[in-house]
Design a protein around this ligand. Structure first.
Ligand code: HPA
Ligand code: MG
Length: 171
């Protein structure tokens, strides 16, 4: 299976900087508690927070969903250590697919009584959503391809690719 480039490195860098600016503008002077969704959002998060001007606190949440290309059951396997009570939280995720995983993370963060919650995803895949929920910030809309690279994996491989690549369905 060959990987084709969907979003090259320079485009990623440009858009991530723009997103950081949009986020800085929206949050004004307040500090932001970033809750990054492991493991897929790590690379995106590392780039994004370096361009957000606000004071940043960083923590992680883990939700497991995919088994290879098949969708498994959703389970939160790690919670943030920081106290989120009264915080302005920004959830950062890699990809918005059916939406169930981000919605689940949102609901979990909500239980910890933050002041506000916003969410940011790098990719929004054009598939039918199963939730009535949309992220506040979106990097790119992408077609329904299986994506790897820049944090995203296929069976734990390819997370280190510096670009977003894809396998066309059926290949
Ligand atoms: N690639 C990797 N992980 C994913 C994808 C994808 O296309 N969609 C949801 N999780
Ligand atoms: Mg993931």
């Amino acid at each position: 299976m060959e990987i084709e480039v969907l979003i090259p490195e320079n485009l990623l860098r440009k858009r991530v900087r723009e997103l950081a600016e949009e986020i800085s503008k929206q949050f004004g002077n307040s500090s932001i508690t970033v809750v990054s969704v492991l493991k897929g959002a790590t690379v995106f998060t590392a780039d994004l927070i370096r361009y957000i001007k606000n004071r940043i606190e960083l923590d992680f949440i883990r939700i497991k969903s995919y088994r290879g290309k098949e969708k498994g059951e959703l389970k939160i396997t790690l919670l943030p250590e920081l106290n989120l009570k009264g915080k302005q939280v920004l959830i950062v995720d890699d990809i918005f697919d059916t939406g169930e995983s981000l919605k689940r993370v949102y609901d979990e963060v909500m239980k910890h009584s933050p002041k506000t919650i916003k969410s940011c995803v790098l990719l929004d895949k054009k598939v039918k959503k199963r939730v009535n929920f949309r992220p506040d910030f979106v990097g790119f809309e992408i077609p329904d391809y299986f994506i790897v690279g820049y944090g995203l994996d296929l069976n734990e491989m390819y997370r280190g690719l510096p670009y977003i690549g894809y396998f066309k369905e059926g290949e």
